[in-house]
Design a protein around this ligand. Structure first.
Ligand code: CP
Length: 360
């Protein structure tokens, strides 16, 4: 299924040259914001946030306002007709008829793609459950570009909740596309990076190692990406408590790191980075959140100026097969065409990327 609108659902739907153009534009906007104050005059951006957010929602809103455009939307579905049982399709159809670009965050993996199937304007995935968060990845790429001066030949440490951290999944996929990057995955056995992301790293020719100790690897890193243990994605409080506080970056650990290592974090932070690290000039996570506004300005401009259609579904619709990921949007919004790539006994859900094995 091809949509007539340009959407951003997964960064990997676009070539690296497109990402690089956005990063260059974000860089220019940061240096010369006054040049862009009328770029989106007369345009309306809708933000549909079915999950809490500070940075993503407000940086998108301030981005559109700084471009001269206007904003509508909700940040709490219980104050909209979602509370009366309205489905995603109807909400998207209606709100997209009021706006030129729609930004959606939703707890279900695949929800942004599902929204794009019916939207009458561009849709941007602002986080779909534990799946992807492409605009955070663009934020992270601009941060590396501005702070390290390159996106290749980096030794990248990722630490914490690598299984649920959608920002980690998107970032690994993106940085695998640049040459010479290596990944050091620091987590407990229960919170390891999903296999499909590791397969993407390997297929790109990049290398990764999995370790449990941050102390042992911190002095080798160009960048350390800390992440929050995502309490809301655990099946029980006991399972969350067993993982909580395993990794805390503090001044003592920072002493072991290189002078030019930078610390990034998508935020919000809970307690995985001690407050006293904030004064260290290698801690760039507050700057990173501001870079997010510039790259989102670049993205809004680019999508509104583009008339390139987006291929949303290219696999086979199988009415009798259900995605085995219980959180997948196709298991919640049952009218959606269940579409899978692959053949034989192994299929991949086109919404949430879950691999499923057919039983005979
Ligand atoms: N990084 C990020 O997505 O932050 P929010 O949840 O506050 O939007």
């Amino acid at each position: 299924m091809i949509s007539q609108y340009p959407h951003l659902i997964d960064l990997n739907d676009y070539p690296v040259s497109w990402w690089n153009k956005l990063i260059e534009l974000g860089h220019d906007i940061r240096l010369h914001p006054q040049r862009y104050t009328h770029a989106c005059e007369g345009k309306i951006m809708a933000t549909l946030f079915y999950e809490p957010s500070t940075r993503t929602q407000m940086s998108f809103q301030s981005a559109m306002i700084r471009l001269g455009g206007n904003i509508i939307g909700f940040d709490n579905p219980s104050s909209s007709s979602v509370a009366k049982g309205e489905n995603l399709k109807d909400t998207t159809k209606i709100v997209s008829s009021y706006s030129d670009i729609l930004i959606i965050r939703h707890p279900q993996p695949g929800a942004a793609k599902a929204a794009a199937l019916t939207a009458d304007c561009s849709v941007v995935n602002a986080g779909d459950g534990g799946h992807l968060h492409p605009t955070q990845t663009l934020t992270d790429l601009l941060t590396l570009h501005e702070e390290k001066g390159r996106l290749d030949n980096l030794n990248i440490g990722l630490c914490g909740d690598l299984v649920n951290g959608r920002t980690v999944h998107s970032l690994c996929k993106a940085l695998s596309a640049y040459s010479g990057n290596t990944f050091v995955l620091v987590s407990t056995p229960n919170l390891r990076l999903p296999s499909y992301v590791k397969d993407i790293i390997t297929a790109s020719g990049s290398r990764y190692t999995e370790v449990t100790s941050l102390d042992e690897v911190i002095n080798d890193l160009d960048m350390l990406y800390m992440t929050r243990i995502q309490r809301e994605r655990f099946a029980s409080e006991e399972e969350y408590l067993a993982e909580k506080d395993t990794y805390v970056l503090d001044k003592k650990k920072m002493k072991k790191a290189r002078k030019d290592m930078i610390v990034m974090h998508p935020m919000p932070r809970v307690d995985e980075i001690a407050n006293d690290v904030d004064e260290d000039e290698r801690a760039v996570y507050f700057k990173q959140a501001k870079y997010g506004m510039y790259i989102r300005m670049a993205l809004i401009m680019t999508l509104l100026e583009s008339d390139t259609p987006t291929r949303l579904l290219s696999g086979t619709v199988r009415h009798k097969v259900n995605c085995q990921n219980p959180k997948c949007i196709t298991n919640i919004e049952e009218y959606l065409p269940k579409s899978f790539t692959g053949s034989g006994d192994t299929l991949e859900c086109e919404y949430c990327d879950e691999r499923i094995l057919l039983e005979h």
